[in-house]
Write a protein that binds this ligand. Structure first.
Ligand SMILES: *Cc1c(COP(=O)(O)O)cnc(C)c1O
Length: 379
């Protein structure tokens, strides 16, 4: 029996009322609600433009295409992430080049990026792992030196900052996810922030078949034939998802605050436990507190994972290093040992429940159970 779910969304009456209004109205695909959500996201981030799509992976693919990065180009990223991160480069026709991560945070190692730059490198794809932003000053200076485009995978870091700036301020593009287990969600969804107005309108074409008009244009104004001047994709967000996300975004900071309390309680409870190691948070970083992970001995990790689930706690592994997936091994010849730090974290990490609706009793149950299991099981 599950006693503590791994994740519960916080969709409430406000979201349900707003989406109901959309469903009772006329226009359910990309329209007013999407435009309003894009304005709200841009304002939240303090950036001029944001283009809503149906996933963060799509957002990253379109960012590469908008930056004119594709076949023959290399993009440097981390193996300690979700598969969609590196795949976004492949989806644009570019080649992802992996480098190892920092031991203390799990984030991509900036000096490893600097060493991996070749004449084919065109982009850097940092992932703000678990909600802690990467060293964006170091990454920005590498990008400036070699004239590289930065696309941030900000799927974990909506509310996070590095030296007071959120995702999208250092990078040319930042991509956010509204997948079911992210800090704000509509089940699925994504958005890409962009600073350049010309790129903003290009991204709007890329997300909808390359059309130079939207369905809403054709509805609100009289029909006028559209033209297609570029290959586009079918990634546009609809008013239904946007309605939910407008209300979710209003709650983002309050939910982050609630997660911070739980995160700090976990840190307090686990930092003295000999069998547990924790990642550290760098002083330049304001964490989004999306995920809380512990590191245990790799030889006991799977046993501990299994026992926590037997005792009713939802857990996960973030992440199995993606270079060890069959597709990446076969396509790029990666093997065990290529990225030792990512492999070590991947073999030792366990993600515990962390979300705004977690109750104090649930948190204490997780703490007591984890302590008991790491001390007593599989030794
Ligand atoms: C969830 C996630 C993604 C993918 O987001 P989608 O919206 O599902 O495409 C990308 N990167 C990271 C780090 C993620 O956790």
């Amino acid at each position: 029996m599950t006693r503590v779910e791994f994740f519960k969304h916080s969709i409430g009456d406000e979201e349900i009322e707003r989406v109901t209004k959309v469903l009772k109205g006329l226009f359910i695909t990309t329209g007013d609600e999407v435009a309003e959500f894009e304005r709200a996201m841009a304002a939240y981030l303090g950036l001029p433009h944001a283009v809503a799509v149906m996933s963060c992976t799509a957002a990253m693919q379109l960012a590469w295409l908008a930056a004119d990065i594709g076949p023959g180009d290399e993009v440097i990223t981390t193996p300690l992430t979700f598969i969609g991160t590196a795949n976004s480069a492949l989806m644009a026709g570019a080649t992802p080049v992996l480098v190892d991560v920092e031991r203390s945070t799990g984030n991509i190692n900036a000096s490893a990026i600097a060493s991996a730059v070749t004449e084919r490198t065109r982009g850097i794809l940092p992932v703000h792992l678990y909600g802690q932003m990467c060293d964006m000053d170091a990454i920005q200076s590498i990008a400036d030196k070699h004239d590289l485009v930065i696309v941030e995978d900000a799927a974990h870091s909506l509310e996070a900052q590095w030296n007071g700036k959120s995702g999208g301020h250092y990078g040319d593009y930042a991509c956010f996810s509204f997948y079911a287990t992210k800090s704000i969600t509509a089940g699925e969804g994504g958005i890409v922030s962009v600073k350049d107005a010309g790129k903003d309108s290009f991204l709007r074409k890329l997300r909808l078949h390359g059309l130079d008009r939207t369905a809403e244009d054709s509805y609100t104004n009289h029909f006028k034939q559209y033209d297609v001047a570029t290959l586009g994709w079918k990634y546009n967000m609809d008013n239904i998802h946007a309605a939910i996300l407008i209300e979710q975004l209003k709650k983002a900071d309050a939910m982050q605050q609630r997660r911070a309390e739980t995160y700090n309680r976990y840190v307090e409870a686990f930092s003295e436990i000999e069998e547990i190691e924790l990642h550290s948070i760098r002083k330049e970083c304001a964490h989004s507190y999306l995920m809380f992970t512990i590191l245990v001995d790799s030889s006991r990790r799977d046993t501990i994972l299994e026992e926590l689930q037997n005792r009713g706690i939802g857990v996960s592994v973030n992440f199995y290093p993606l270079h060890l997936f069959t597709f990446y091994r076969e396509r790029f010849g990666y093997k065990q040992g290529d990225f030792p730090v990512a492999e070590e974290i991947g073999s030792r990490t366990i993600t515990l429940p962390l979300y705004a609706r977690l109750t104090e009793e649930e948190v204490e149950y997780v703490i007591d159970t984890v302590k008991d299991v790491v001390r007593n099981i599989g030794k």
